[in-house]
Design a protein around this ligand. Structure first.
Ligand SMILES: *[C@@H]1O[C@H](CO)[C@@H](O)[C@H](O)[C@H]1NC(C)=O
Length: 192
C-alpha cells in the first residue's frame, strides 16, 4: 500500500517536472551523403511538444554520385540519430517534410523524413519554407499499469502461483445435484 502511494507521488512529480520542462527547443538538421566525410546543416528548427517552426532552410546540393543521403540530428550527447533517403527526394519540385518525434518530456528522440511530388499548393506558413515543412509527432503513452494491485512475492522472490482452475464438475456440482434431486422428488410424486 505504501509503495503504491510512493509510486503515485513519484509519477505525479515526474509529470509536473515534464510539463515544466516543455519549453521551446532548437535543433539543427543535417544531411550526410553516404559518400561524404561529414554532415552539412540544412535547417534550423524551433520546436516544443506540439509545434515546430522552420527558422532557416538551405536546400542541399549533392554530387551526382550521391544516391543515398542520411538526414538527421545530433543529440546533446553527441550521438547521431537519423534516417536514410534518396538524394532525389531533395529535388526542388518535391514537397519535403521533416517529422520530429518527441518524447513525453518534449525532447527530440528521432527524426523522420517524407517527400512527395509537389502539388504547388503548400502555402508558406511558419512551418513550411521553400518546399520543406516540419511536423511534431509526440510519442503515445503506453497502457497505464494497475497500481492498486501490487504483486506480493513469496519470500524466495518468485511470483505467487495462480490458483488452479476448477473443473466444470467442481464448479457446478450443486446445480447437477439439484437437477437430480428434483427428478427424484418428481418421480416420487408420480408414484403416489
Ligand atoms: C508550442 O508552440 C506553439 C507556437 O509557438 C504554441 O502555440 C503552443 O502553445 C506551444 N505548446 C506548448 C505545449 O507550449
Amino acid at each position: 500500500m505504501r509503495s503504491t502511494l510512493t509510486i503515485g507521488l513519484a509519477l505525479a512529480f515526474l509529470s509536473s517536472l515534464a510539463s515544466a520542462l516543455d519549453q521551446d527547443r532548437t535543433v539543427d538538421v543535417f544531411t550526410w551523403p553516404l559518400s561524404a566525410s561529414s554532415s552539412k546543416t540544412i535547417a534550423q528548427i524551433t520546436y516544443n511538444s506540439t509545434f515546430a517552426t522552420i527558422n532557416s532552410y538551405n536546400a542541399p546540393s549533392f554530387s551526382a554520385s550521391d544516391d543515398i543521403v542520411r538526414v538527421g540530428f545530433y543529440h546533446s550527447s553527441g550521438a547521431w540519430s537519423g534516417i536514410a533517403t534518396s538524394a532525389l527526394n531533395f529535388a526542388p519540385g518535391k514537397d519535403k517534410k521533416l517529422v520530429l518525434h518527441v518524447n513525453g518530456g518534449g525532447e527530440l528522440y528521432h527524426i523522420g523524413f517524407r517527400a512527395s511530388e509537389g502539388l504547388g499548393t503548400s502555402s508558406a506558413t511558419s512551418n513550411t519554407k521553400d518546399g520543406m515543412s516540419v511536423e511534431v509527432v509526440k510519442v503515445k503513452s503506453g497502457p497505464t499499469p494497475h497500481l492498486n494491485r501490487p504483486v506480493v512475492l513469496s519470500p524466495d522472490g518468485s511470483a505467487p502461483e495462480k490458483e488452479p482452475e476448477k473443473s466444470f464438475f467442481q464448479k457446478y456440482w450443486w446445480a447437477i445435484a439439484g437437477v437430480l434431486l428434483l427428478q427424484v422428488v418428481m418421480s416420487m410424486g408420480k408414484g403416489e
